[in-house]
Design a protein around this ligand. Structure first.
Ligand SMILES: Cc1cc2nc3c(=O)[nH]c(=O)nc-3n(C[C@H](O)[C@H](O)[C@H](O)COP(=O)(O)O)c2cc1C
Length: 168
């Protein structure tokens, strides 16, 4: 398979975008995530993949809980904020309205459709993203909305390029 064909197929699937947040010992972190999906029905499981390069990954490694916030078509500014800035340089939560959830995980007031999940295990296959397999502990579906999709966010310049390494 060529990367070009693979990339074209995956972009046509056009996944919905979410913001994943987490906290550990008063340090908060969060980033825009396109790699996420339900991964078991009984019991419920939700899996998401974080880049080793990201500040969020390093905080999440030490955290028990994560929050997964669905973005709507009106949330492009939220995607920009969490996808183009890095917690290595700025506090993304300064000036944002958020509420602490279980174990201090920051819940973005702006994003009502969200779930809080607890890590069950990690799957590290050596790729540049690591899989966090989680179980939901709370979920709010909010009202109907049109998800913000990859094609709405593909022009965002990520705060860290995948593969640049965790110290990059
Ligand atoms: C369209 C798009 C999709 C992304 N998907 C993911 C993803 O699935 N997992 C991930 O860890 N980072 C993903 N990123 C990258 C992070 O959101 C970005 O590098 C962020 O600035 C990292 O912030 P941090 O260093 O504070 O964690 C994506 C970025 C964009 C623009």
């Amino acid at each position: 398979v060529t990367s070009t064909d693979f990339d074209a197929l995956v972009s046509r699937l056009d996944p919905a975008m979410v913001v994943v947040t987490t906290a550990r010992g008063g340090e908060r972190s969060g980033c825009l995530v396109g790699f996420h999906t339900q991964s078991s029905i009984e019991p419920r499981r939700y899996s998401l993949w974080l880049s080793r390069a990201n500040h969020t990954y390093r905080v999440a490694l030490l955290a028990s809980h994560l929050a997964v916030h669905a973005l709507s078509g009106d949330d492009r500014d939220v995607a920009d904020h969490f996808g183009s800035l890095t917690g290595d340089d700025v506090d993304k939560f300064a000036g944002l309205a958020w509420t602490p959830g279980p174990e201090g995980v920051p819940l973005l007031d702006r994003c009502a459709a969200r779930m809080v999940v607890r890590r069950v295990t990690l799957v590290d296959d050596g790729g540049d993203h690591v899989c966090f397999v989680t179980e939901p502990v709370a979920a709010e579906s909010g009202g109907p909305f049109r998800p913000l999709r990859l094609h709405d966010a593909a022009d965002i310049d990520p705060g860290h390029a995948a593969g640049e390494g965790s110290d990059g």
